[in-house]
Design a protein around this ligand. Sequence first.
Ligand code: PLP
Length: 261
Amino acid sequence: MKTPRLLIIAGSDSSGGAGIQADIKTASAFGVYAMTAITAITAQNTKGVTAVQAMPPELVREQIIACLSDIGADAIKTGMLANAAIVKVVAETLREYAPHIPLVVDPVMVATSGAALLEADAEKAVIDELFPLATIVTPNLPETERLTGMTLTDRKSIRAAADALRHMGAKAALIKGGHGTEATITDTLVWEHGEDSFGFPRLDTRHTHGTGCTLASAIGCGIAKGYPLGVAVAKAREYVQAAIASAPGFGEGHGPLNHMV
Ligand code: PLP
């Protein structure tokens, strides 16, 4: 069987817990070949982000083209995109070079520590340019509220928000429940086959750095392997749960997951 290929378009996390580093580790755990187009370099650790340098948009474009024009990809994942110029160039390049490759869009906005990973004026570009290309978008609760302008209070409002995300052009929406307070975390997938929810017990830990990146990459890996979307999401969610449960406990803040599982 051909080795599945995942192109990751995202930012670098020096501490190896989130971003490109989490994405590559996840791909390796899934037996998927990872390629990267780096959008930004961050200096950060488990306590927070101390510096961010976005890459020139043209360099992001060249990285994507270099990968797709030679090795090719079975799925693409976007994470931190930093600013509107990068969002626009990524969308334009994917429209040109990857019109038929499934795309997972993790609409990364703010790190757990509070650092902005996407400039505020880029949010509209994410909706207008990237959502229409997305096979699935994977916002958490705060990101969903920001993107839809809706207040999420119950399951009905989460369903309405997922429908709104799909109206923006995404084929499917996975709204992650981790930022809630319930003992069971419910992630809600709304797609062409209706609604599915994935419930997992909330683990009592502060070591959740990079959870969102890891989940989106794991979904991309499942898609690259040819799993139906519902299966890719279920397997990805199981992977993240196990990765949190076996986190190594590094650092004084929010430590990384265990990507070796
Ligand atoms: N750093 C980078 C480069 C990221 O892409 C992300 C999330 O996507 C984060 C940090 C945030 O990770 P967390 O919110 O888990 O701290």
